[in-house]
Design a protein around this ligand. Structure first.
Ligand code: FES
Ligand SMILES: [Fe+2]
Length: 340
């Protein structure tokens, strides 16, 4: 029997991206695999996204494989039972008697910042909070369009949040020229912070060093937004980066990043900078991936033992906000002794 790689739940309570909005086409059924289960994503008769278990409550057919949408209802390919957007069975072609068990499990779903999101909670609770909408998300008047990159990574969500708060690795992995300054505060299910510092900008950029200030907002463990300001010796570039992290199964997550750049006066320069800085962002993630895929997770003492003030034994000062981020993240785990 193999030993689980992490001491904590693989699927903490949060909103998570399950698809890009543009990929959930009215009248079509999209199959996805997250939280170790097969799911379907479709739009109801009003166009609102629905996320449901993929397997039909009748005899178990996968509704994403040959299922179809008729008048906003999802129709099973096996015996044509029909389900509405709440998961209720609303029709069986060969009888009027609908069994009580004929109910498809649906999950709270919404659409925000260009993605369809689902609220996953092992206890089946309602969310009570939302992912903040990014202003003018779809407008290209002042911003370029978004450029996107997806990675499937053998890691746990919590590692991403540790990493975002980890000041010391910015020098060793990401070409920071000094220990960055970090400053963050939890705010309920949100966590706001910023980190500031200077990076070696690498070859091909106008100056060798870039000053950068990054204000970030985590919304639960599934979404994170960064407003990033870069200064290449007077050329100031504003970027918005938003990231979605979704557990695929107990060992893997999908990490999807979207980046846009505030338009400069010159369109060609805007496009050049947009592409170049996006590649730089992708590279910084790919510098972390081999660490994430091969490391183990060092738990902190239990919630009761760790009051949140003192540093745990294996952390030292100038390491940023790792302990603070973990203390914030605990609210998303239903297991009190999980070690986060
Ligand atoms: S398995 Fe879906 S209707 Fe029979
Ligand atoms: Fe990193």
């Amino acid at each position: 029997m193999s030993v689980p790689r992490y001491p904590m739940q693989p699927y903490p309570t949060s909103w998570y991206r399950v698809a890009d909005s543009a990929d959930v086409v009215p009248g079509a059924v999209k199959g996805v695999h997250y939280f170790g289960r097969d799911l379907v994503v479709f739009r109801d008769e009003r166009g609102a996204p629905v996320v449901a278990d993929a397997h039909c409550p009748h005899l178990g057919a996968n509704l994403a494989v040959g299922g179809r949408i008729e008048d906003g209802a999802l129709v099973c390919p096996f015996h044509s039972w029909r389900y509405d957007g709440t998961g209720r069975c609303v029709g069986i072609p060969y009888t009027d008697r609908i069994p009580q068990q004929a109910r498809l499990r649906t999950y709270p779903a919404c659409e925000v910042n260009g993605v369809v999101a689902v609220f996953y909670d092992e206890l089946g609770r309602d969310p009570g909070w939302t992912v903040p909408q990014i202003p003018d998300y779809d407008s290209t008047e002042h911003w370029t369009g978004h450029i996107t990159k997806t990675w499937k990574i053998r890691t746990h969500l919590q590692e991403i949040f540790d990493n975002a708060a980890d000041a010391a690795h910015q020098q060793t992995l990401h070409a920071a020229t000094e220990i960055l300054s970090y400053d963050a505060e939890p705010d309920g299910v949100y966590f706001r912070g910023q980190f500031t510092g200077t990076y070696d900008a690498g070859e091909g950029l106008p100056e060798q060093q870039a000053w950068s200030r990054n204000a970030y907002l985590h919304a639960g463990l599934g979404f994170s937004q960064i407003d990033s300001k870069l200064d290449y010796n007077g050329l100031v570039i504003d970027r918005q980066i938003h990231s979605c992290f979704t557990p695929v199964d107990e060992e893997h997550i999908d990490f999807v990043m979207y980046q846009r750049t505030r338009r400069l006066d010159d369109d060609d320069l805007t496009e050049l900078i947009h592409q170049m800085t996006a590649q730089h962002t992708w590279r910084s993630i790919e510098e972390d991936i081999p660490i994430w895929e091969n490391k183990v997770f060092r738990p902190l003492p239990s919630r009761a033992a760790f009051a949140g003030g003192a540093l745990p034994a294996h952390l030292c000062d100038k390491e940023g906000d790792i302990a603070k981020t973990r203390a914030w993240a605990r609210q998303f785990y239903t297991d009190a002794a999980c070690g986060v």
